[in-house]
Design a protein around this ligand. Structure first.
Ligand SMILES: NC(=O)c1ccc[n+]([C@@H]2O[C@H](COP(=O)([O-])OP(=O)(O)OC[C@H]3O[C@@H](n4cnc5c(N)ncnc54)[C@H](O)[C@@H]3O)[C@@H](O)[C@H]2O)c1
Length: 407
């Protein structure tokens, strides 16, 4: 039987890439996600339970039902500005809900735990590259909430014999190269996402916060890691724990930095769009340079990144954003078509308003075309449907001539 793995936040950006890789590696995956920023369609290869980690009783029920071999904990809130404005929400969703999860691990004897932490626990590092032994001094509630979770996991492990891997992610970007998964959260604030939006005309410009840092071009330098490589680090971490190894903390980055200007130039060059860039003052607390020391993860987990190139990161991110735009247009088009077809059919009294509503509800459930549903329910003949679809097209093109009323 395949090992059963719980993935909290598995409908989100990084979680969904990891779920797919775990499923491909033969694990039996259960995703626990409240879909606050994730989406059900991103869960490929796992069972989705839509629920919140606030609900201890429900968490316990899911643990009792499934008997998990390991837990991967991605679920969290992760906006630094939001955490400054509403810190208690961050301690609740990130710290307290991690406690809920650990409580279930204790009750049900789960002995392997993998946690999504962040470079934000290092605060403003004085020395680069940042190693796992660098001081942890978060400078915002988000970083604090994650560091507090780390401490709870460590203390719990010490007392219970549960072993953990804490992965501290640097700047995660890019998307699945096959185009099935990517960053979908509407509020995402990451530089590459924001630059892609500008390149695709969804925002007017990109701001550089600070051009007077002590870096070669004056803008901040960060270590960007492709989401597929980060996902594979989780599979490696799970193998590591399964092999009986000790608890560890690993940085996840490439050990290589790119400045904001370099990233923007790459997005411009790949998209072919010279979007406006506005230079403004530094944001409080933004360090000049943060680069991961990656010797530990490469040597102990034998992690082998496959997408270590800014060009690949930006290309996959841009392709994903294009896909999202095309999907949104398609959805809008479908909604318009439904509306028009529904209006036509009720106007001609082929179906009643109530029948239309029922058919639309069914469509929402099974995703089939409205016309197909009506034909299947014998509310309209296939021949008549064709005629109305034609009328719909003509009306849309503005060349509508009144057809004889269909029978
Ligand atoms: N994206 C980054 O650059 C980055 C960097 C460092 C660390 N991280 C960490 O990685 C993890 C995943 O981040 P992401 O970028 O995939 O974010 P995301 O918002 O796409 O995913 C988070 C998922 O958790 C779910 N969730 C949130 N609160 C929940 C709750 N109470 N109960 C159940 N589900 C809940 C959301 O619906 C979402 O699917 C987070 O823990 C984050 O702190 C992310």
């Amino acid at each position: 039987m395949s090992p059963k793995i719980l993935v909290t936040g598995g409908a989100g950006y990084i979680g969904s890439h990891t779920v797919r890789q775990l499923a491909e590696a033969g694990y039996d995956v259960v995703v626990y996600d409240n879909l606050s920023t994730g989406s059900a369609s991103a869960v490929i290869g796992g069972e989705l339970i839509v629920a919140s980690l606030e609900n201890q009783a429900l968490i316990n029920k899911v643990f009792a039902q499934h008997g998990f071999d390991a837990v991967l904990h991605f679920a969290a809130s992760l906006s630094v500005p939001e955490s400054l404005a509403a810190p208690l929400n961050y301690y609740a969703n990130n710290t307290r809900n991690t406690l809920n999860l650990l409580q279930a691990c204790q009750t049900f004897g789960v002995k392997k735990f993998i946690f999504s932490s962040t470079a934000a626990v290092y605060g403003q590092p004085q020395v680069n590259p940042v190693t796992e032994l660098s001081p942890t001094q978060p400078i915002n509630p988000y970083g604090n909430s994650k560091l507090m979770s780390e401490k709870m996991i460590q203390d719990f492990a010490q007392a219970s014999g549960c072993r953990y891997v804490i992965l501290r992610y640097f700047n995660v970007a890019g998307a699945d190269p096959t185009g099935k998964l990517g960053q979908s959260a509407k509020k995402a604030e990451h530089l590459i996402k924001v630059a892609c939006d500008a390149a695709l005309g969804r925002s007017p410009s990109v701001s550089i916060f600070g051009t007077d840092f002590a870096t070669p071009d004056g803008s901040g330098i960060r270590d960007y890691i492709h989401v597929e490589d980060l996902a594979s680090a989780h599979v490696d971490a799970l193998h590591y724990l399964e092999a009986g190894n000790d608890s560890e903390i690993f940085n996840c980055g490439y050990g290589q930095g790119y400045s904001v200007r370099e990233v923007l130039e790459m997005v411009k060059s790949i998209s072919g769009v010279d979007f406006p860039v506005i230079e403004i003052t530094r944001r409080p607390g933004d360090p000049a340079c943060v680069i991961a020391g990656t010797d530990k993860i490469r040597s102990i987990l034998a992690w082998q990144p496959r997408y270590n190139s800014l060009e690949t990161i930006v290309t996959t991110a841009l392709n994903w954003e294009k896909k999202l735009i095309a999907l949104a247009a398609l959805e809008k088009n479908l909604a318009q078509q439904n509306f028009q077809l529904g209006a036509l059919l009720t106007e001609h009294k082929i179906i009643s308003e109530t029948e239309l509503e029922q058919a639309l509800q069914e469509q929402l459930l099974n995703g089939r075309k409205l016309g197909e549903i009506l034909v299947q329910k014998a509310m309209i003949s296939a021949q008549n449907l064709e005629r109305f679809l034609l009328e719909q097209t003509w009306r849309r093109q503005g060349v509508w001539l009144q057809l004889p009323t269909a029978t």
